[in-house]
Design a protein around this ligand. Structure first.
Ligand SMILES: Cc1cc2nc3c(=O)[nH]c(=O)nc-3n(C[C@H](O)[C@H](O)[C@H](O)COP(=O)(O)OP(=O)(O)OC[C@H]3O[C@@H](n4cnc5c(N)ncnc54)[C@H](O)[C@@H]3O)c2cc1C
Length: 564
């Protein structure tokens, strides 16, 4: 039997491996996706698909489907703080429901930079959707239930040996490239001898040290206690250390997760003790069915020393580990996959040069450091607060204690003024690749505030950043975003009637087989956003060059942005 072959072998079918496979498919590249477990995980982890991730889903054609998952359309996404869920409400940070957010979108200006605002739905529902979608795609060979046991690489290819868990089948695949999306314990990263840089914080911040993540069904919680004060996140604020955590609504009916940091850290617990923590958080002895639970550690800010070794790239948790504040872990990994997929496609299809894949590390590793730093900063805003002792007492003494509790950093943490923007919009949309060898700077310096602008995103036409967004139609439906008009390859935006003679670039692109589309936009706000008459947009929606007229040597420009 000859060895099976594929264009890209992806090790790990978590959210990052799945989205990478879908992006490769979008670019016409065949991938084989190996994942040890035979099905998606059924335990809740991340709860936020951020604005950039939702833009990626839009590009792949399914952001609307993702917005149908999780909570019902009219369920608020508020964050609410209670002494216990059945008792006093202390503070509430209102957030619009899915339906309200859709109507808000219609009222935003045409230059709205959040065409796909962050959406709170648990990763497990999304992974189930992504896996089902991957199974329908012609270029993806889904090998769930296949564990990659060893690999080797030389100058021309990677060989990976994978087998089914029951030992019934095994084979050694050959591929020009492989990507390790095999999570925080990545055996590929470790075998390549690549360590993590950074550190693990265990003290001082609330989001550090040993937590438990609990998946549970509580059929009585809505009807008996919170029906009229629904929220997406319920925080318990009281002096009892084993209730200090957060309960998150998953399906708006009976399914919840709880993240809790027990007083004495990691130890053996049984489902009865876990259920007891949940009931104490609710403040009522109601039936709690524990579906699953596992201990996990918060406080990491770790980034792989290298993102590439020979023909193998690293993405997702294999490349960076976060503390959960801000919800950047998975989202940063999905952004890695968007950056990497088109580069792999370009090299495999012959229009990308020898420096293109190296630019993946040059562009994404600094973002790994930036984003893990942002999570760490948000975590530090939530100190392990001392909750006033009287917070649960009825009457004026308790009211005063609850007012004091509502001011704790643990409660106010990182809520921002504009709910439509949500936490960390600068982290979500503001990654920049200034200094990348495949970006052509135009002499205008990037904003001074980068990379520390976590809470603000200022659209900019300066090469190296995400292309600014614009609605092209009042209805703001699929197809009416500027991003929907970008082709799968490069797009040359012509924003100025005077800059229309772009034939030389188009001819040079054709000669190099570079996919290039041209989009004319004669809209003053577009010209203002981009700052020049012409802007060249990469397949991952980043600006790699801009000018008022083409450079004399258009071929050199194309060579540079494709890593030749
Ligand atoms: C409590 C909690 C809350 C979180 N909240 C958020 C949030 O709100 N937003 C956010 O962005 N992130 C969040 N995260 C982080 C997020 O869950 C991870 O960043 C994300 O799952 C990483 O995805 P991944 O695909 O890189 O790796 P993983 O999800 O770990 O997937 C790796 C996959 O690789 C497979 N694998 C490993 N080795 C092999 C092998 N040898 N052969 C084949 N398959 C293999 C594994 O079986 C696994 O399925 C949270 C995490 C936790 C624990």
């Amino acid at each position: 039997m000859p060895n099976p072959t594929t264009q890209v072998a992806i090790v790990g079918g978590g959210p990052v491996g799945l989205v990478l496979a879908l992006f490769l498919d979008f670019h016409g590249v065949k991938a084989t996706l190996f994942n040890t477990e035979p099905a998606e995980r059924w335990h809740p982890k991340g709860n936020g698909q951020n604005a950039r991730t939702m833009e990626h889903y839009r590009r792949l054609g399914f952001s609307d489907e993702i917005r149908q998952l999780g909570l019902p359309g009219d369920h608020p996404f508020d964050q609410a703080y209670f002494t216990r869920l059945s008792a006093h409400e202390i503070y509430r940070f209102p957030m619009p429901s899915r339906d309200e957010r859709i109507s808000m979108r219609r009222q935003m200006p045409l230059t709205d930079q959040l065409p796909e605002p962050m959406f709170h739905v648990n990763q497990m529902y999304v992974e189930r959707y992504l896996l089902a979608r991957a199974r329908t795609r012609p270029h993806i060979d889904v090998r769930f239930g296949w564990h990659v046991e060893w690999f080797t690489q030389d100058e021309s290819e990677v060989r990976l040996h994978a087998g089914k868990a029951d030992g019934s089948e095994a084979a050694t695949w050959r591929a020009p490239y492989a990507v390790a999306c095999d999570g925080g314990r990545s055996f590929i990263r470790k075998t390549l001898g690549i360590g993590y840089e950074g550190d693990v914080q265990t003290r001082d911040a609330y989001w550090a040290g040993q937590f438990f993540s609990i998946h549970m069904r509580i059929p009585d919680l809505y009807p008996k206690f919170i029906g009229h004060r629904r929220a997406w996140m319920y925080w318990a604020v009281n002096p009892d250390p084993n209730t200090r955590g957060v309960i998150i609504a998953l399906n708006g009916a009976d399914e919840f997760m709880m993240l809790v940091k027990p007083k004495d850290g990691h130890r053996d617990v049984d489902p009865d003790e876990i259920a007891d923590w949940v009931k104490r958080s609710i403040g009522a002895d109601i039936p709690v069915h524990i579906v699953s639970y596992y201990p996990w550690s918060a406080g990491q800010a770790l980034v792989a020393e290298r993102y590439k070794a020979g023909r193998i790239m690293i993405a997702g948790d294999a490349a960076h580990l976060f503390t959960p504040t801000g919800g950047f872990g998975m989202n940063t990994g999905i952004d890695d996959s968007s950056n990497l997929a088109w580069k792999l496609a370009a090299v495999l299809q012959g229009w990308g040069g020898p420096r293109l894949l190296a630019s993946y590390e040059a562009e994404r590793k600094p973002i790994g450091h930036r984003n893990t730093g942002a999570s760490r900063k948000y975590a530090s805003r939530m100190h392990d607060a001392v909750v006033p002792a009287d917070v649960e007492v009825d009457g004026p003494r308790g009211d005063a204690a609850r007012r004091a509790a509502s001011e704790l950093s643990y409660v106010r943490k990182n809520h921002f003024v504009r709910p439509e923007e949500q936490d960390g919009v600068g982290v979500q949309l503001g990654s920049r690749y200034d200094g990348s060898p495949i970006i052509v700077p135009d002499g205008v310096p990037p904003p001074d505030s980068f990379p520390e602008t976590y809470d603000e995103y200022v659209p900019s036409g300066i090469p190296g950043g995400r292309a600014p967004h614009l609605w092209l139609d009042e209805k703001r439906l699929m197809g009416s975003s500027l991003f929907d008009r970008f082709g799968p390859g490069f797009t040359l935006l012509r924003l100025d009637a005077a800059a229309t003679d772009t034939g030389a670039l188009q001819r040079a692109a054709a000669a190099r087989s570079i996919p290039l589309g041209v989009l004319d936009l004669d809209l003053p706000p577009a010209r203002e956003l981009y700052g020049r008459g012409l802007a060249l947009i990469r397949p991952d929606q980043y600006i790699c060059w801009r000018g008022d007229r083409l450079p004399d040597d258009v071929d050199a420009l194309l060579a540079r942005v494709t890593g030749c």
